[in-house]
Design a binder for this molecule. Structure first.
Ligand code: FEO
Ligand code: CA
Ligand code: CA
Ligand code: CA
Length: 592
């Protein structure tokens, strides 16, 4: 296998070895600093974090818990100033409250948790000496929580599926929760996906309407899924009292960070699933030039990959127009096939996109699924995709088009149920039973069209194992990678992958992977995160690497009284999810 020459630009750093340290490990010659941690002030007037005396009011002005995605959007006309946009996926109450009893929050604890969810917009100033970022607590900042009003767009809006006692019109939703992964649009907004929202609703078993109960089951709602127990304090989270509230979560949300008073959007034209955000490709040439294609995955075992193709074309500099792009177009779901027998060694094949629904410019919509209306496709998208003949995947996490080549990369994180207990066995794009380590799918898509080809760039896991594949690169010379979750690209076009759930007995981390030429498949670990944490959010620009360290210390048996991690504050402190900047000592470019 090829391994001649040296590493490509962007990947010239000393690898970080697998470890189980309670620390964020980076290559020699690099430096790191926390940008912001759970509880740090965001809004003017926010109190300093006080673990022993936290309140919902304080939390609503402070950085939330379990940061997942991070994006940097330049602030117009201000060199070195950015909006750092971060979502706060969920809360780990055991870390937040001393002596917390599982599923037994007090009302104040539940309200702190609600305020610790959502999205943060934070102005940051970049150092002109190094890659560090410093928060500016000022008027540009915003906290969006589980209570902030959102406008629902697309075919779901105004239908009986989403009307509730508090919103008889069915178009204004209180809050966003379970926000996972994210993307920055070419028009400068942030996208984020509502993912495991089933974990917030009680009394699924008490829903009497048979159709409503079946829909809830398809989306994983169950009494024992409700980890947070908010329904005790807000009846909208009690399915027995307000079964439609569940249909108001599960969307791709869009936030304009430049206006802290703007109403964020939930886009039902992209369907309702457990979205792992959405990422955008703009068609450059031909009759479809200006068409926006949004790729999105549904992160659950045996779920699907989707794309939305806009009919409204992008207009440079017209944000108002562009913020309507995700309301008008066609939603598709993918199927994968191959002429080869199922293999982990250079698996490849072709695929098709199946139409689910089309939304017209006037807001009317048509379903392409027999027996379902467009509104039903928008709200019960998984059921439409079941009927369309989509391929069940190994947990589609982040999916992102390459900014230069346009190839689409998807992290299929793992699926330990494949081939187990009567579940579907290996298929061409999901080639392993009991898949503990995941794979990276590479698609060459006819973006505005209905066909693609694909291959597996990586079949992750122990490089010594026969059923792993590292793009054809010499497997004795790669860092072992397991459970890919988020994908990103550096300025040189290399793929960067962050992991969640490493099944190789090491902490999770961040890896760079060469895509082109004879180093294709070379995989090098850039950092590891502290014990129990997942690595997410990554941004790799010329000056810095940003990672979100989510749920440090999360193990099966944990509490604020016996933390498994003391990162980042050290001593005997409780762990705090944080955003970290890493840069090269002396300020040089990353990996060159
Ligand atoms: Fe929240 Fe699919 O990771
Ligand atoms: Ca994820
Ligand atoms: Ca990404
Ligand atoms: Ca994950």
């Amino acid at each position: 296998a090829p391994s001649g020459g040296g590493p490509v630009d962007g990947m010239k750093f000393d690898i970080v070895r697998p470890n189980t340290d309670d620390a964020l490990r980076i290559p020699d010659g690099y430096r790191q600093r926390v940008v912001i941690r759970w509880g740090d002030p965001v809004l003017p007037g926010a109190p300093e974090f006080d673990f022993e005396n936290q309140t919902a009011d304080a939390q609503s002005k402070q950085f939330g818990f379990n940061n997942d995605f991070a994006g940097l959007i330049p602030i117009d006309g201000q060199d070195g100033s950015f909006y750092l946009v971060v979502n706060q996926e969920y809360t780990t109450e055991e870390f937040m409250f001393r002596g917390y009893q599982e599923k037994e929050p007090t009302e104040e604890q539940a309200r702190i948790a609600m305020a610790a969810h959502g999205i943060t917009v934070l102005e940051v100033k970049a150092s002109n000496k190094d890659g560090s970022l410093t928060p500016v607590v000022g008027p540009r900042n915003r906290r969006i929580t589980a209570s902030t009003p959102f406008r629902l767009t697309g075919p779901a809006a105004g239908t009986d599926f989403v009307k509730t006692a508090a919103d008889r019109a069915g178009n204004t939703v209180a809050g966003t929760i379970a926000n996972c992964s994210g993307g920055i649009t070419p028009w400068g907004t942030m996208l984020s996906g509502e993912e495991n929202y089933n974990n917030y609703f009680s009394n699924a078993s008490k829903v009497k309407d048979k159709a409503a109960a079946a829909h809830l089951e398809r989306y994983g709602f169950a009494d024992d899924a409700d980890y947070h127990q908010w329904g005790r304090f807000e009846t909208r989270f009690d399915l027995e009292k307000d079964p439609n509230e569940a249909n108001r979560f599960g969307y791709v949300v869009e936030v304009d960070p430049t206006d802290p008073n703007s109403t964020p959007l939930k886009h039902s034209a992209l369907g309702r699933l457990k979205h792992e955000s959405a990422n955008i490709h703009v068609v450059k040439d031909g009759p479809a030039a200006g068409t926006v294609v949004a790729y999105t995955g549904d992160d659950e075992k045996f779920e699907y990959i989707y794309k939305f193709v806009s009919s409204r074309k992008i207009k440079d500099g017209d944000k108002r127009h562009n913020m309507g792009i995700l309301t008008e177009g066609t939603l598709y779901v993918a199927s994968f096939s191959s002429d080869k027998p199922v293999t982990t060694d250079d698996a490849a094949g072709s695929g098709a996109w199946h139409k689910l629904m089309t939304v017209n410019a006037d807001g009317s919509a048509q379903s392409h699924i027999k027996g379902m209306t467009a509104a039903e496709v928008a709200v019960f998208t998984r059921e439409a995709a079941d009927k369309a003949g989509a391929t069940k995947m190994d947990r589609p996490e982040d999916i992102e088009p390459h900014p230069i080549t346009g190839k689409v990369y998807c992290a299929l994180t793992n699926n330990d149920d494949r081939g187990v207990d009567g579940e579907e066995g290996p298929t061409s794009a999901n080639p392993r039973n009991e898949n503990k380590n995941g794979q990276i799918l590479e698609m060459t898509d006819d973006h505005a069209g209905e066909s693609f080809t694909w291959d597996l760039l990586l079949v992750a896991g122990d490089p010594k194992a026969a059923d792993t594949y590292y793009g054809g690169f010499d497997k004795t010379k790669v860092s072992p990678i397991s459970c890919p979750d988020n994908v990103a690209f550096d300025p040189h076009g290399n793929l960067w992958i962050s992991t969640d759930g490493n099944a190789l007995k090491s902490n999770d981390g961040l890896f760079a992977v060469a895509l082109e030429g004879e180093r294709r498949g070379e995989t090098k670990q850039f950092l590891t995160v502290p014990r129990g944490a997942e690595t997410c959010g990554p941004i790799i620009d010329s000056k810095r690497v940003i990672v979100c360290v989510q749920h440090p210390g999360e193990e099966d048996d944990y509490s604020a009284d016996r933390p498994f991690s003391h990162w980042p504050d050290g001593g005997n402190s409780q762990p705090r999810p944080s955003v970290v900047a890493v840069w090269r000592d002396g300020g040089g470019a990353i990996g060159v």
